[in-house]
Design a protein around this ligand. Structure first.
Ligand code: NAI
Ligand code: MG
Length: 487
């Protein structure tokens, strides 16, 4: 692969995709999406209002009610999903560059992680399309009782900006395999790749109305949540937004699934392979500029190795290459926007004010774009805001711990429960921590290992329902019980 800076791709679509047509907003408004590397406007995107959402819901409803999608031969549905995955693969370079441009993530990550994982996810769920079976249930009496799994209907999917293509794939995969039709709202910071995916879906041959994309701010999402024609909302983002969605969805009792944030403990015991753990500590927090719901933002290190470990992690943080996202040598890009940038800097200030020690970083990098230096705090206690709140940036807190009992209690001292990791060569210790930490995913001697087949989601305020794997299909299907008298 060439190491030259990648050229910015052409922007093909800035309108919404509704009922198979590219449409301006009925309100006539547009909003800008920026390149976070230099804060310049890339494109002005149609800003969806209530009437646009209504049009998208009507298109999705029509496609659902005709059975165009849900009653299509399941194998043909799977074939179309595979076709979309093939087109994504054929256009991987363009999609990776577009993702990098709009989000600010390093092109090397978009190429090596976001795109391959998204393609794999669609293929995985394409395989499920013809495997949604029911049960035959032996009930009392002379009856034949069986269950069917039917699509939940029209689903509204609201996604964030940290992994735009991947989040679209995680949401489209199980919804399409189940026979649902979709209204998706990408994040206002990163609408470009979702629009391109919709274009590729059309090229693949998806019938009109099966996938619709409306673009806009939170209010566009809120209009989806209120719309009586949407049966279910799947949301990924902040728990405070999820709380608003729950309130707004109460009127129509929509089905809800949430994938929210975290303050994930990454626990390193003294008996671990330390070099592997150091690499895992760096990757677990700094990957994607720290903008990961499962970021290992509380790095717990056993007391006896604390100082040695800290100095190794600091060295690695200092070696990160900050720069233009489209430069293949860059390993850390800018934060996605000014709000995130300011939020992170304010947490860095709070950490300093609360008495934590900033060993490296702690400031803006450069004077253009939303870059923040890889930042590491020690002398952090469990009550400081940097140890409790989701910062969603390149800010690591390192905390020493004494023993297994101590660390299990502290790891669980959070209202989140998305992920955790443990590094040790002791199998019993690994299993004990894995069984005791209240989180949806536990990594042992690894971090951020994702696979379309493995469920992912949160305990506590990190969410409800699971994405990926067979588990996600439950989010998109209703179970129907049929009982027939045998006379
Ligand atoms: P957000 O939760 O406000 O936005 C996520 C999505 O929800 C976007 O598409 C947004 O337009 C939409 N939205 C906003 N308000 C809505 C409403 N009332 N009804 C329906 N949809 C609505 O998150 P934001 O502001 O982008 O980031 C704030 C913080 O959230 C971050 O600093 C981070 O802590 C957390 N976050 C967590 C993510 C995760 O992967 N779990 C992803 C993104 C953000
Ligand atoms: Mg952008």
């Amino acid at each position: 692969m060439s190491t030259a800076i990648v050229a910015a791709p052409k922007i093909r679509q800035t309108n919404m995709f509704i009922g198979g047509k590219w449409q301006e907003s009925r309100g006539g408004k547009r909003f800008p999406t920026l390149n976070p590397v230099n804060e310049t406007v890339i494109a002005e995107i149609a800003q969806g209002n209530e009437a646009d959402v209504d049009a998208a819901v009507k298109a999705a409803r029509a496609a659902f009610e005709t059975g165009l999608w849900s009653k299509m031969d399941a194998r043909d549905r799977g074939r179309l999903m595979n076709k979309l995955a093939d087109l994504m693969e054929a256009n991987l370079e363009e999609l990776a560059a577009l993702e990098s441009l709009d989000n600010g993530k390093p092109i090397r990550d978009a190429r090596a992680a976001d795109l391959p994982l998204a393609i794999d996810c669609l293929r995985y769920y394409a395989g499920w399309a013809d495997k949604l079976t029911g049960d035959v249930i032996p009930i009392r009496g002379n009856y034949f009782c069986y269950t069917r799994r039917e699509p939940v209907g029209v689903v509204g999917q609201i996604i964030p900006w940290n992994f735009p293509i991947l989040m679209a794939a995680w949401k489209w995969g199980p919804a399409l395999a189940s026979g649902c039709t979709i209204v998706m709202k990408p994040a206002e910071q990163t609408p470009l790749t979702c629009l391109r995916l919709a274009e590729l879906a059309q090229e693949a041959g998806f019938p009109d109305g099966v996938i619709n994309v409306v673009t806009g701010y939170g209010e566009t999402g809120a209009a989806m949540v209120r719309h009586p024609g949407i049966d279910k909302i799947a949301f990924t983002g902040h728990y405070e937004t999820a709380q608003k969605i729950m309130v707004d969805a109460a009127k129509t009792l929509k089905r809800l699934t949430f994938e929210l944030g975290g303050k994930s403990p990454n626990i390193v015991f003294a008996d671990a392979d330390l070099d592997a753990a150091v690499a895992g500590a760096e990757f677990g927090l700094f990957f994607n500029q720290g903008q990961c719901c499962c970021a290992g933002s509380r790095l717990f290190v056993e007391q006896s190795i604390h100082d040695e470990f800290v100095s190794k992690v600091v060295d690695r943080a200092k070696s990160r290459q900050l720069g233009d996202s489209l430069d293949p040598n860059t390993t850390q890009g800018p934060q996605v926007d000014a709000d995130q940038f300011n939020k992170i800097l304010s947490y860095i200030d709070k950490g300093k004010a609360e008495g934590a020690k900033c060993l490296t970083g702690g400031s803006r990098f450069g004077n253009k774009g939303f870059f923040i230096e890889p930042t590491i705090f020690t002398e952090v206690n469990d009550e400081m805001s940097i140890a409790r709140d989701e910062i969603f940036g390149p800010v690591m807190s390192i905390l020493p711990f004494k023993n297994t009992d101590d660390i299990i209690a502290r790891a669980n001292n959070t209202y989140y429960g998305l992920a955790a990791a443990v590094w040790t060569r002791d199998v019993q210790k690994a299993h004990r921590v894995a069984a005791s930490v209240r989180a949806g995913t536990i990594w042992v001697n690894c971090y951020d290992v994702f696979d379309a087949a493995a469920p992912f989601g949160g305990f506590k305020m990190s969410g409800s329902g699971r994405e990926l794997g067979e588990a996600a299909l439950a989010n998109y299907t209703e179970l129907k019980t049929v009982t027939m008298s045998l006379g």
